[in-house]
Design a protein around this ligand. Structure first.
Ligand SMILES: Cc1cc2nc3c(=O)[nH]c(=O)nc-3n(C[C@H](O)[C@H](O)[C@H](O)COP(=O)(O)O)c2cc1C
Length: 231
């Protein structure tokens, strides 16, 4: 898909049905692996999340080997052993990490990519300067508030949300996990020195329906009347 491709309604794909059908898997079928072609799509979902000012302040670790998954599980074992089975049995596991700060170099890097991607084709110097100015304005607001790391984390959570719905649309089960030892994960994968911190882990694969108590349970959500004001 390129930037000119229009999103059109897919009569066979009701996204609300997928939102209702997806759930947090608690047991995986270890014999089922996500295909290489679907892993390519999984990576594209990570890349194509929206973020405020297109700052994309995220980084990911994708574990696709037993050794890689074990490194993630081991880092969590002491504090969050209950998530170990999902990490070990899933086909793949993604660590979602956020940038701890946003530097001028990073802003220029994003700007260069936007130029490469053709965002400033007409009058590049003016449009580049406008984009850099707008993005810097938002970053500076958060620098003044001393909450850049929090702002970045919000963008990463947006990515997680899109990811959960996206993989479900691919027919892939997932388990989002905040029950993770972020300090241990950051140390294990050298994230701190790279300027990132882990926030969420998402295991992906295919459910073991017979052993997954959550697969048989109905979904529960507050009624609309509790959460919505219509005007
Ligand atoms: C940010 C986040 C963190 C979560 N952490 C965990 C976790 O550590 N372990 C777990 O088994 N489920 C975890 N869950 C799953 C939630 O309990 C689940 O999404 C919620 O109960 C709604 O159910 P559903 O996902 O099946 O629709 C997490 C979900 C989210 C969105």
């Amino acid at each position: 898909m390129n930037a000119l491709t229009k999103i059109t309604a897919q009569p066979d794909l009701d996204i609300t049905d997928i939102a209702k059908a997806r759930y947090s898997a608690k047991s995986y079928d270890t014999s089922k692996k996500i295909s290489d072609s679907d892993i390519v799509k999984v990576k594209e979902l990570l890349r194509f999340s929206p973020s405020s000012t297109n700052a994309q302040p995220w980084h990911f670790v994708l574990a696709s080997t037993e050794a890689g998954k074990e490194r993630i599980a081991k880092a969590n074992d002491e504090k969050f052993p209950f998530n170990g089975p999902s990490v070990r049995a899933a086909s793949n596991v993604v660590i979602f990490a956020a940038r701890t700060e946003i530097t001028e170099d990073y802003l220029l890097h994003v700007l260069d990519q936007e130029e490469i991607d053709g965002r400033f084709a007409s009058d590049p110097e003016t449009h580049k300067a406008q984009m850099h100015g707008g993005r810097s304005m938002f970053v500076n607001i958060h620098k003044d508030l001393d909450d850049v790391a929090q702002w970045n984390a919000q963008q990463v959570y947006l990515n997680v949300g899109q990811f959960l719905l996206g993989v479900a649309a691919l027919g892939i089960d997932a388990t989002p996990m905040e029950g993770i030892d972020t300090v241990a994960l950051d140390a294990e994968f050298g994230l701190t020195e790279k300027g990132f911190t882990s926030l969420v882990v998402v295991a992906i694969g295919y459910r073991n329906a017979e052993e997954d108590y959550n697969a048989a349970l109905p979904k529960s959500r507050l009624p609309l009347a509790d959460i919505l004001i219509e005007i």
